[in-house]
Design a binder for this molecule. Sequence first.
Ligand SMILES: [Zn+2]
Ligand SMILES: [Zn+2]
Length: 402
Amino acid sequence: MNRNLKDRALAAIDAQRDALINISTTIHTNPEIAFQEFQASALLCDQLARAGFAVTRGVGGLETAFRAEAYGNGVGPTVALLAEYDALPELGHACGHNIMGTAAIGAALAVKNVLAELPGRVVAIGTPAEEGGGGKVILVDKGIFNDVDVAMIVHPSGRTLVVRGSLASTRLFLEFSGRASHAAAAPEDGINALEAVILTFNNVNALRLHLRSDARVHGIITSGGTAANIIPDYAAAQFSVRAAKQAYAQEVLRRVIQCAEAGAAATGATVKFWTNPSYAELIPNMALAEAFTQNWESIGVRVEPPRPFERGGSTDMGNVSHVVPAIHAYIKIVGDGIGGHTIQFRDAAVSPMGHAGMIYAAKGMALTTIDLLSDPELMARIKNEFDETVGKQQIERLGKFE
Ligand SMILES: [Zn+2]
Ligand SMILES: [Zn+2]
């Protein structure tokens, strides 16, 4: 019965292939950055609504987020398929999120075809602003995942992986205010905001010597004065602060803020700071990953085994993995050695290999959704693992605050 449903879902994706490629290409051609993804989210919502999903646009207070639900036949789990569709400033879809949005929709539409014969519910969730804005962090906080049992997302990449962690991460924004003066005629009247920034970088470099090896701190100066003969009264910088786990990332963040405060104290400038919503580290659910891997292999996708101590970036999917069992898989769409956030990767996101990757991503999620809805034992294994790993950590962490 399961095989029959799976074959029909795969056939549905093959039948939709040209339409899906069209959607992916349309999103790619009109790149929209964080929280501005109006066209992309409308395009994806329209497809879901046309297929009979109950679509709620603008969930969690985010205009470009959405949730689309379809019910099966009877009580069962709720499986969430996550879509990203934001682009990078200037570079466009160089992270290939056009593929992610389209693949999630493709999977949801395919499962909808056979949902009358399955219990439970499929939910496609549109999650804006992965590139820095933390749409999923906000949606988690707003309770959008409260009734979800399991969540999946697939990202394009130079490699095909089902299990890969990510670093906890926070973006820190700093603004220093001083006092302008004539650099030669009245330097003693000035308070140099740029020197406060430079001291901050030097302090961070001194701190770096004593950080754990998993910590990553990188900064840029976003404003550093207007002319060499004016003492800058304003300067600004941004830091990305990361570590393997949230707790240590927050500790490093606290110390980087101290570095900025010390820079301000030394120069007499004042400093203001704020952060984006922090991204938690990703905790992949291994039972879910195993089912997903088997499904990908059943359609000829070669999955690389997980590597210990694999390096990686950060994603707001980490926060989702702290509240529901989740995976963040990767599908190869480029030749070896080409990384994301490059022109080559952007071109690959609408190449024949990019389209093929999008279809494989949709198929992997559709097949695994059918397993999750039809196999209560698999769902139980996934939940047990979550309770044993993430659940226990949460309880320990809460305990510490008491
Ligand atoms: Zn990216
Ligand atoms: Zn990305």
